[in-house]
Ligand binder design. Structure first.
Ligand code: SF4
Length: 322
């Protein structure tokens, strides 16, 4: 059952140099309980996609196309309707978890407040004691030791890994249908990174939450998701089952991302990288956006923009598969 339907999504910003389009014709469907990894280098439009779903975009942004969460139309909704949607239907975990918490309130205050808000949105009256018990239980579920003590602490007294888990505990209290995790592990060390990935999987399997996992690390996306969407220059380049995309990547950009993963079992000397840099949105190539960096580029790639093609269970934007 499709929970999130995105069709021909276009996001642009009005700037002094004119309108700059960041996302161009993005399509994405997510089923209930599915985990989708959104992958690409910095500046590919991944975070803009996440922010568009919760409609947390700068004042100069223009959103066009369709974003439907069940029957709820995100593009046309009023600000009041969006307020009720955020948290209950869709929750976003940001890269720097410290920014998600209020620095002058204790963790306990913020978790209790979150629990009370959810009950209020559901039309239930719950007292602070019950909200406290729910918060402690969420912290215990996330294997945070000594939760009573953590409730009394301020965010700056905790580590990055503890804070990220507290933000995930908030999402557990709100019980959203979709959780968007925007590079949630990039500021954490590898051990804590593995714990956070495990927690997201746990949320998905135990509560049936659908997860959009945004990352620049295609190997990490493979570890958590059942499907991978590869973004480049604000367009979808490849979309397919994780196993297939990782083992047999079809798009030259996906191939480049995968061949850039270092192999710890081999001494490779110089690490492989895709030559060049991602395009600037103010100066996009005329034809295929990956053309200047593509080893398989043909003459037509310079002049013509490839459309989306369907090849088996994959969506691809590349002339090689016409
Ligand atoms: S359309 Fe051409 S330039 Fe673009 S990825 Fe395919 S082969 Fe490379």
């Amino acid at each position: 059952m499709t929970l999130l339907h995105i069709e021909n999504l276009q996001v642009s910003y009005k700037t002094l140099r004119g309108e700059v389009r960041i996302l161009d014709g993005v399509d994405l469907d997510i089923d209930k309980g599915e985990i989708v990894g959104v992958v690409g280098e910095s500046g590919s439009g991944k975070s803009t996609l996440g922010h568009s779903i919760v409609r947390l975009l700068p004042y100069n942004a223009k959103l066009q196309g369709k974003i439907l969460i069940e029957d709820f139309d995100v593009v046309k909704a009023s600000e009041k309707q969006m307020y009720s949607l955020r948290g209950t239907s869709v929750f976003m975990v940001f890269q720097n978890p410290l920014n998600s918490l209020n620095p002058v309130k204790t963790v306990g205050h913020q978790l209790i407040e979150t629990s009370l808000i959810r009950h209020q949105k559901e039309g239930k009256k719950v007292d602070k004691d019950e909200a406290y018990r729910e918060s402690i239980s969420a912290l215990k579920d996330l294997r945070l030791p000594d939760p009573e003590n953590i409730m009394k602490r301020y965010p700056h007294q905790l580590s990055g890994g503890q804070i990220q888990r507290i933000v995930i505990a908030m999402s557990m209290l709100l019980k959203p249908k979709i959780l968007i995790a925007d590079e949630p592990t990039s500021a954490l060390d590898v051990t804590v990174q593995a714990q956070v990935v495990k927690l997201l999987k746990q949320l998905n399997s135990e509560l049936g939450v659908s997860v959009i996992f945004i990352t620049h690390d295609i190997a990490l996306a493979y570890a958590i998701s059942s499907r991978i969407l590869v973004l480049y220059g604000g367009q979808v380049m490849e979309d397919g089952p994780s196993e297939d995309v990782i083992k047999v990547p079809l798009h030259p950009y996906s191939q480049g991302l995968i061949s850039s993963i270092p192999n710890i079992n081999k001494s490779e000397g110089k690490l492989k990288a895709i030559p060049g840099s991602p395009p600037s949105f103010t100066n996009l190539p005329k034809g295929c956006r990956f053309y200047p960096r593509c080893e398989k580029a043909m003459d037509k790639c310079r002049e013509q923009v490839p459309g989306i093609l369907y090849k088996g269970n994959r969506h691809l934007r590349c002339f090689l598969y016409e």
